[in-house]
Design a binder for this molecule. Structure first.
Ligand SMILES: Nc1nc2c(c(=O)[nH]1)N[C@H]1C(S)=C(S)[C@@H](COP(=O)(O)OP(=O)(O)OC[C@H]3O[C@@H](n4cnc5c(N)ncnc54)[C@H](O)[C@@H]3O)O[C@H]1N2
Ligand code: MOO
Length: 445
């Protein structure tokens, strides 16, 4: 009998054959979720100029020293400075410029008095706000009474106080989330060089499969796997292409995969990999001449172009296949057909492969230790690493969180999978677990 592989051996074999995708330059929003290839250097200081952090009046500090509501400092308003203003007036002694948040601090001014610390030019008590310029253009002229002093640079955001020119804004390897996209935009980057999202072709196999939304005939079931795998690929950051279920016919499957290779950085199939007489994936992909290219060079490359089918010491997910196919040596992972097996296999093998293609680390999901709860204990097949579905609660006051098994071990239990938020990772040598035992948990967040 051929070798039984451990989960780690199979994963390591896959990862050994996969390299990060070549970098490309993408528009900022298209790069969301992608990994930066190079450090991004700040080209010019941010903010690019000293500016006001308040709507108020730009003043000289000496002019408002000792000011109070009873004895206000009275200053002449020389004009408005709105955000985006250029051609700034100089603020001389006894003068103030009305200034808006984000507007450049004018020459001569040392600080900004918020409008609430003034009469807003009304001659009355403290102002709540400035009237709109369109409704009260006279606010840009006349006099303002200032009720409180300010210190030099108060309410001024200094040039470069956010980031300085020449410093590193983001390090290579950073995954671009909303805040990182925002920073790149703020420093003026319209495009960025990243590892692209991998394109994943997902196809399920089985003559019994019917697309959701269509009625079932005798012996038929709805195709769940191509949906769960497509959703999982998208959640992992890839661009999935779901191909409708292929019937159990080796030639059609080969033809479908061959057609799809053009748009695939990775192919995932489900079903047809065990030991039955209609296990089409195995039949179609075990042939040595699979996916020869059309020219000589491709043909030479394609020698040995075969998917290796393996048995893993794992439950669910025992039958697995992996290979590199076609002229571009595209990785293909063939997952077992039982829906829970397909999903667990995705989490353990496909997701790390996708993260490797994206240049993201760590490639494996984090694990935590948790205490097993539930009325009875668990049994696990010795000699197999078992991944039960679990409901994990993170620690509160206690040092460890808790986890409860959801549903049984059978790999057709997709309803229980949908109630789970974690996998319970039970080692090969463990046959029995009691409530209160510590276990390893893989949160699926
Ligand atoms: N004699 C043996 N039989 C089986 C063994 C074995 O070692 N010896 N292994 C079992 C294990 S474990 C698994 S896992 C399955 C894997 O089988 P396949 O990968 O060949 O999958 P299928 O036979 O095509 O399907 C299995 C099961 O899952 C259902 N299925 C398949 N695709 C979908 C889909 N897209 N959506 C929903 N459900 C799907 C299918 O109808 C079958 O019920 O083999 C065991 N047998
Ligand atoms: O190993 Mo299978 O994946 O139990 O259902």
């Amino acid at each position: 009998m051929s070798k039984t592989w451990s989960v780690d051996e199979h994963l390591e074999d896959i990862l050994r054959s996969i390299r990060p995708l070549d970098p490309i330059e993408l528009n900022l929003l298209d790069a969301q979720g992608c990994t930066l290839v190079d450090d991004v250097i700040v080209p010019a200081a941010l903010p690019p100029f000293d500016n006001s952090s308040m709507d108020g009046y730009a003043v000289r500090t000496a002019d408002v020293e000792g000011a109070s509501e009873e004895f206000p400092a009275v200053l002449s308003v020389i004009g408005d400075i709105a955000a985006g203003s250029s051609g700034l007036p100089t603020v001389a002694s006894g003068e103030a410029a009305r200034i808006m948040t984000g507007a450049p601090l004018p020459p001569g001014a040392e600080a900004v008095v918020p409008v609430e610390w003034t009469d807003g030019g009304t001659g009355g008590g403290p102002a709540d706000a400035m009237p709109a310029h369109s409704a009260a253009p006279q606010g840009a002229t006349g006099q303002v009474r200032v009720h409180r002093p300010v210190q030099a640079r108060q309410h001024v955001r200094a040039k470069g106080s956010d980031v300085k020119a020449g410093t590193v804004a983001l390090n290579a390897g950073t995954v671009l989330g909303p805040a990182q996209v925002g920073l790149l935009a703020a420093i003026g980057r319209g495009t960025v060089t990243v590892r692209p999202r991998p394109r994943v072709v997902v196809l399920s196999t089985g003559s019994e499969l019917v697309t959701p939304g269509e009625p079932l005939g005798p012996g038929q079931i709805h195709d769940a796997n191509s949906f769960v795998l497509t959703a999982a690929a998208r959640a992992a950051g890839a661009i999935p292409y779901r191909v409708g279920a292929v019937t159990d016919d080796a030639d059609s499957l080969r033809a479908t995969i061959e057609d799809q290779l053009i748009r695939a950085d990775l192919v995932v199939t489900s079903g047809g990999v065990s030991v039955g007489a209609y296990d089409v994936v195995k039949e179609a992909l075990s042939r040595v001449d699979t996916f020869r290219g059309s020219d000589e060079e491709d043909r030479a490359d394609a020698v040995g172009d075969v998917v290796e089918f393996r048995r893993l010491a794992m439950q669910p997910g025992k039958p697995q296949g992996f290979g590199l196919i076609g002229p571009d040596r595209t990785p293909i992972l063939t997952l077992p057909g039982n829906p829970v097996s397909a999903y667990v296999s995705f989490e353990l093998f496909v997701r790390p492969a996708l993260r490797t293609l994206m240049g993201q680390e760590p490639v494996r999901r984090r694990t935590v230790r948790a205490r097993l709860t539930g009325d009875s204990g668990l049994t696990s097949p010795e000699g197999k690493r078992q991944f039960l579905r679990g409901d994990y609660s993170p620690p509160g006051e206690e040092d460890l969180g808790t986890v409860r098994a959801v549903g049984g071990a059978s790999s057709h239990l997709i309803a229980a999978l949908a109630q789970a938020n974690a996998l319970i990772d039970i080692p090969e040598k463990t046959g029995r677990l009691a409530p209160g035992d510590e276990v390893t948990v893989v949160p699926l967040d």
